[in-house]
Design a binder for this molecule. Structure first.
Ligand code: NAD
Length: 501
């Protein structure tokens, strides 16, 4: 069976007919990064279709906002069940469309199920507070209300999980959700949206609580500029965030940005080297270095630098690279040839800065089309510009430090602030790192990638400051109203102000 035939079968499992997908606009021909073979062409949405979807989501909000939150939770519960029933098929589509290895694709779909579970629980826990009023016979409370239409813009590398982090939580919060997925991953978006449509029908929710807009950045821009969209939650490059942030701010919309990372591990002399190396290989080479949380910088104490580099280089040499549908593969393809060009240019720049490529960096011929590379390990004397830039490919730069303060300064020198890890058995070092690393996710004896949905996910500085998924990230999808209730029977002004009688 060819990849195209397998894809067509998978799409049919979601009730999708491969010859007629998407909107009536420009066709978006797709290719699988696995072997470059053609995928079913998807039509982008026209201006009129975009306007219609946004209007329908706005109208549906009026009904959905007044549906009790625990009842809204039933929709997300059903969605989670359906995702569970089609877990393997959705994971296979993720692999075919973006090249993620089977285990990681299944992990991505599991994350969707997990966030649905979390959101269902949340649907009975959208707590407000009460505060003591300074006036007698008065009560002061804050209540959280639905926000409106949430526009989700997502990146290619987590083609379905990012939508679910937003959608599951936004839907229980009473918002409606319109999704503009990556132009590189429309098939997984269509499959996911068909599951949401089934869940909507099964529980009798308004059909337009979930909308899908397919197309390039121009389609995203319409949503960004639309006053009908209360919150834009955008995941992608810092370049994209720089464009989207000010545009949404100029119309006083809300924005939640999840942008690029340049994540580092600090490896100290007391660290358990086996544990550190195993954890770092997954973080640096997993997903072929195409995670926002991928490990890109290793800041290692000079006394253990040679040993760490040696072990990493040996691990890199034995990484099985190839077809991500083969269960033995650990490193699948890069998303496009352009990604390899960016990787090669970064390695050239590192060499011209005096860096030494200790392992990898070359293209690997796996006997199919597609762009496969051996993850690269590069020793640098210092953190030059290329080290401080996010190259979305598997390159791990190694820089040595002499004292711990220097390690902290090297760590925080990046302009992004997503994820960080320290490997140490020294509690004081661990605590100092947790207190000073300027990242949204900071780990001890765990490398930078593979976060759980229970915590708030996101990062600081050029990563955009947004938080999604667990903890109290739900508040981004709601508006807060402070209420004063007067049951005293008289007028009392705050701060003791008197105004006439
Ligand atoms: P990208 O920025 O090229 O595209 C992301 C999405 O934004 C796409 O849907 C694209 O169509 C849309 N877009 C681009 N410009 C736009 C504009 N001006 N207005 C509206 N929409 C626009 O990113 P990518 O190559 O798909 O993904 C890789 C990047 O995403 C990396 O930088 C990675 O670190 C980042 N990322 C971050 C997170 C996170 O949670 N922080 C998660 C995944 C990926």
């Amino acid at each position: 069976m060819t990849l195209a035939e397998r894809t067509a079968d998978l799409l049919r499992e979601f009730g999708l007919e491969p010859d007629f997908l998407g909107g009536a606009g420009e066709p978006m021909p797709g290719r699988s990064p696995i072997d470059g073979s053609e995928l079913p062409t998807v039509g982008s949405h026209t201006e009129a279709e975009v306007a219609e979807t946004l209007a329908a989501a706005s109208a549906a909000f009026e009904e959905w906002r007044l549906t009790p939150a625990p009842v809204r939770g039933r929709l997300v519960k059903r969605l989670g069940e359906l995702i569970g029933e089609h877990k393997q098929a959705l994971a296979d589509l993720v692999t075919i469309e973006v090249g993620k290895i089977g285990s990681e694709a299944l992990g991505e779909v599991q994350e969707m199920i997990d966030i649905c579970d979390l959101a269902v629980g949340l649907s009975r826990q959208l707590f407000g507070r009460t505060m003591p009023s300074e006036r007698s016979g008065h009560r002061l409370q804050e209540v959280w209300h639905p926000l409106g239409v949430v526009g989700v813009i997502s990146a290619f590398n987590f083609p379905v999980a990012v939508w679910s982090w937003n959608a599951a939580v936004a839907l229980v919060c009473g918002d409606t959700v319109v999704w503009k997925p990556s132009e590189l991953a429309p098939l997984t978006a269509l499959a996911t949206s068909s599951l949401l449509a089934r869940a909507v029908a099964d529980v009798g929710a308004p059909p337009a609580v979930g909308g899908l807009l397919l197309g390039g950045r121009d389609v995203g821009e319409v949503m960004v500029d639309s006053p009908q969209v209360a919150l834009i939650s955008a995941t992608g490059s810092t370049r994209m965030g720089r464009e989207v942030g000010p545009r949404v701010a100029s119309r006083f919309g809300r924005v939640l940005l999840e942008l690029g990372g340049n994540n580092a591990v600090v490896l100290t002399p007391s660290a358990d080297l086996d544990l550190a190396v195993n954890s770092m290989v997954f973080a640096a080479a997993g997903t072929a270095g195409q995670r926002c949380t991928s490990l890109r910088r290793l800041i290692v104490h000079r006394s253990v630098a040679d040993a760490a580099v040696d072990r990493l280089a040996r691990a890199y040499a034995s990484l099985p690279i190839g077809d991500p549908l083969d269960p033995a593969t650990l490193v699948g393809p890069l998303i496009t040839d352009r990604a390899f060009e960016a990787m090669a240019a970064a390695l050239d720049e590192a060499r011209s800065d005096g860096g030494e490529v200790v392992a990898g960096g070359e293209r690997v011929d796996v006997g199919a089309g597609g762009c496969y590379v051996r993850p690269a390990l590069v020793r640098m004397a210092s953190q030059t510009a290329v080290v401080l830039r996010e190259t979305f490919a598997p390159i791990l730069y190694v820089v040595a430090y002499d004292d711990f303060d220097e390690a902290l300064a090297l760590h925080n020198a990046a302009s992004q602030g997503l994820s960080a890890g320290i490997f140490t058995r020294d509690q004081a070092e661990a605590e100092l790192f947790l207190a000073t690393a300027d990242t949204g996710i900071t780990n001890v004896n765990v490398a930078t990638s593979g976060a759980e949905i229970g915590g708030a996910f996101g990062g600081e500085k050029e990563t955009g400051g947004g938080r999604e998924s667990g903890s109290d990230a739900w508040r981004a999808y709601m508006r807060r109203s402070t209420n004063t209730i007067n049951y005293s029977g008289g007028v009392q002004l705050a701060q003791g102000v008197s105004f006439g009688s």
